[in-house]
Write a protein that binds this ligand. Sequence first.
Ligand SMILES: [Zn+2]
Ligand SMILES: [Zn+2]
Length: 321
Amino acid sequence: MLEQWFACELHCHTVHSDGDFTVESLLKTARERKLDGICLTDHNTQSGVPEAQKAGILPVLGGMEWTTYFGHMPVLDCRHDVDWRDALPDTIDEKLRQVHENGGICGVAHPFQIGTPICTGGHWDYKVQDWSLVEYIEIWSEGSPFLNTANRRAIKLWESILDKGYRLTPTLGRDWHRPTNNMYPAACTYLLCDGGKLTPEKMKIAIRNGRTVVSAGPLFYFETETGATVGDTIAAGDTELIIHTNTDRADTVPQANGYNPQAVRIFTNGGKMLSEIPIDGGDLRITLPLEAAHWYRAELWGEIDGKPDCQLAVTAPIYTE
Ligand SMILES: [Zn+2]
Ligand SMILES: [Zn+2]
């Protein structure tokens, strides 16, 4: 079946922890925002997950946000609870391994949030030795993504891990606690999944395989002529990238912002910008000499509500052998 992009919110809270949302109001609000699926990540509990999955309103990938003094770590779809209470910075790899042994996946939430005492443990202080044990990182959290210093630092951290040769999936976490906005209403993580009905399992596979785009609204991604796309590994050499931008969903979200995509920027190892291409309607094509053992990712820039020079979307990388 052809693959398809789905709009998802991967970081949500309810009254099962410190959110104002009931499970039902979260799901209904998500549907109003034209989201296709969510992850439920209450602090240190999965108690809302059965109700959310039974409601049948949207596919729900169950999880919890490990909320510790040393960082907040979303753990998704773990068969048995791993004890988060004795997680320590120097031995976090062992906990990550235990999550994987139970089928789960791990993320880094808002790594540069102001930490203790403002928000207990919100700053990421775990010393991960083996980043292959972590599936994803929130490169955008809450707030206005392109005006938020913490998000810019998160992107730098993400790139530094990619530069070491690890694969790490970028996500957006609205850190959604209540119906009011804390970010642009259409912002989401787009997940590329097998087409047809979205399921929690498909969401998990997309995160694991690096098939994501973080966006303030527009769907933005690239592929090669042979159909390889974000998360894939391709051969080095001259490669044509076909870059797509689509605001159809974003334009239908209630109270959505106005988007005017203006340029695409391509980045590679070291955070180096390889190319900047103006958008003048339709798909873009650019041929780049891709080097071996590198990562390449794209960003969409433009206006949001008339405000110039904003980062509108960030793709996961494509990797070269
Ligand atoms: Zn948190
Ligand atoms: Zn949270």
